[in-house]
Design a protein. Sequence first.
Length: 352
Amino acid sequence: MMRTIDPIADKRWDDFVMKHPQGTIFHHSAWARVLVDRYKCSPTYYVVEDEHGEIAAGIPFIRIQSRLAGRRLACLPCSEYCYPLAYSPEAVVQLLATAKDEVDCGHTSFLEIRGWKDAITPGELELVESPLYLRHVTALNDDLERLRAGLEKNHHLKRNLKKAEESGVTIREADSEDDLRQFYRLSVTTRRRLNMLPWPYPFIKSIYRHVVAPGHGFLLLAELDGKAIAGSLYLCFKDSVLLKINASDKDYSQYRANYLITWRAMERACRGGYKRFDFGISDPDNSGLIAFKRQWGSDEMPLPYYYYSVAGHSRLMPKVNPAYRPVYTAANKLMPGFAAKLAAAILYRHMG
């Protein structure tokens, strides 16, 4: 039986995500709470129920109504990856058929799915691939000395990690509202430096409240003489730790704080029994970020997103449209800091 549910109210959803081998933190209802805070809308999760009323397959969507970016079903906004969870190709077909009907009937302009994990190919479902990002994942083990020795075969990493450790930089776990605001300050300057709109503070606070505080993540701050100079927010789920947001003060880049934060996060992950350290996604054009992630012995893999739309609406897909990025970048460069924060608060409801 096919139906829609609210994953926050329906406790069966998290049980299903925990049991499914491909379930991620972005499938979990904790992330749905973050998105509800951000988009002020109810989640639409399609599920297939078995004869006992248990969830046998599901795909999460957030319905975003936007005059700027079009009406769309996103699986899921603000997520590095999110995709159908099922045990058979037939169940995936059933789930996507319902979602595609929303597009065909004109109730929404297009749907977006981030990544793919099932046996049936997206092409068979008439989904159009957009090869947007690269993903980097490092395998962990319980032997920290052996892990570090393996990583330090990269002499550039070894040199920078040693420099960070000898510089007087300290790493601690954030545990207060003031810590969160310091991290937000760093994230604003970092994203502005990269010609990106800053994350709104309520969004970062919501992640901390709904995901980190209940035990699905942690926030590390790097400090020098009591000043926060870098920070990284991680999400933890099953056997993986994911780097969600990284920020740093460029004026202190010579201390290599990001290297020390990353190593301390890996140490924490290993002691917690996690098996994979996920550096998240990278734009293929960001060679510096990709080089940093490769130093840590990560496996590199493409992460395409997939779209379905009716004729005439492909222009509404901002990440597919090649004209979108330069316009966005140029506008962001021209905005003063206060305007960028205001624009982020307004525009991020339409984006993600």
